[in-house]
Design a binder for this molecule. Sequence first.
Ligand code: ZN
Length: 432
Amino acid sequence: GKTLLAKATAGEAGVPFYFVSGSEFVEMFVGVGAARVRDLFKTARENAPSIVFIDEIDAVGKARQKGNFSGANDERENTLNQILVEMDGFTPSDHVVVLAGTNRPDILDKALLRPGRFDRHIDIDKPELEGRKAIFAVHLAKLKLSNKIFDLKNRLAALTPGFSGADIANVCNEAALIAARNDDTSVKLNHFEQAIERVIGGVERKSKLLNPEEKRVVAYHEAGHAICGWYFRYADPLLKVSIIPRGQGALGYAQYLPGDIFLLSEQQLKDRITMSLGGRVSEELHFDTVTSGASDDFKKVTNMATAMVTQLGMSPKIGWINYQKKSESDLTKPFSDDTGDIIDSEVQRIVNECYERCKKLLQEKAADVEKVAQLLLSKEVLTREDMIAMLGKRPFPERNDAFDKYLNESETKKLEDQEQDHKNTPPPATAE
Ligand code: ZN
């Protein structure tokens, strides 16, 4: 997103654009970084009016440390000093605009942010639905698409909540690679779907074979999550469950659509915790022993429950206090030992309550868990349509607008049929 925005600025201004990455200044050799900075600004001045964009400026612009005895960062500091000097040296008639991008504004040296240097700050959040549509439009324009896909950018934008601009570029690239690997002459919708799964869950590892017993455990584990997601009102809508192993140790995988949410209610958090526990609880209910497969789930559960108690004021015993640490490296606890004990017990209480809810639901819906697990064992991948066919429609309206608008599959099928003879709507000439 940042990079596209900087390029768009240069395009609109119609002036020379100098793009460098902060890491290009970082060199082993003393003085090289500073010399490069001098060259860059000299070129920019000579070709003024012009725009300089330094991406990942944190590579050189990290806060200088006091009492640095190792000398290891001297070169970086020289480079940073040179940037500061160059930016001070501009006169109003120089007509050079300097932009910089970073993902870590918090670690930048304060001197960089002073007036006259980088003093205008634009926060760019992860794109929302409309933003994702526009970014997809940019990247899709470069691909050779199958002309049967209706409403492609809207659907892809709806499928990718929480994706950054770089993730979206990655999806488009992966989809093209998948299409090429399958000897297709154009990129089709299912290539994009596979690419999205790959970006979220890692590569499918077809070579990694689970033995039948392991497969059963994974199927019941994922079925537990899926049933919780289906019957808890505020859980995120489920898109797909699979028991094909993926990269980084994930044995099963479920894709949800969280939607662009800015406020989470207490009930939503509890439903999410309960759903995360669903995998382990289902294992407990169906097997004599449990497996290590739930450790990631527990990490999420612990993070959510701890946040509820220490940051979000959702524990009556702790009250309305935010105990969040100021930084990762902060070793002191911002609360007393007694409060620490209460926090522990409150986190325990929340998780236990959710556990009981989860167990109750999965026992009540044991027949449904069985159905989902069996179908997973035979098909390996279940879509939302499969779930609806088995369990009926979800008993609550979906809260994700984009979901209803773009992902209603039967609707889409109808549209696709109508579109068969039509040409795909051409991508807009410019990004809206
Ligand atoms: Zn799980």
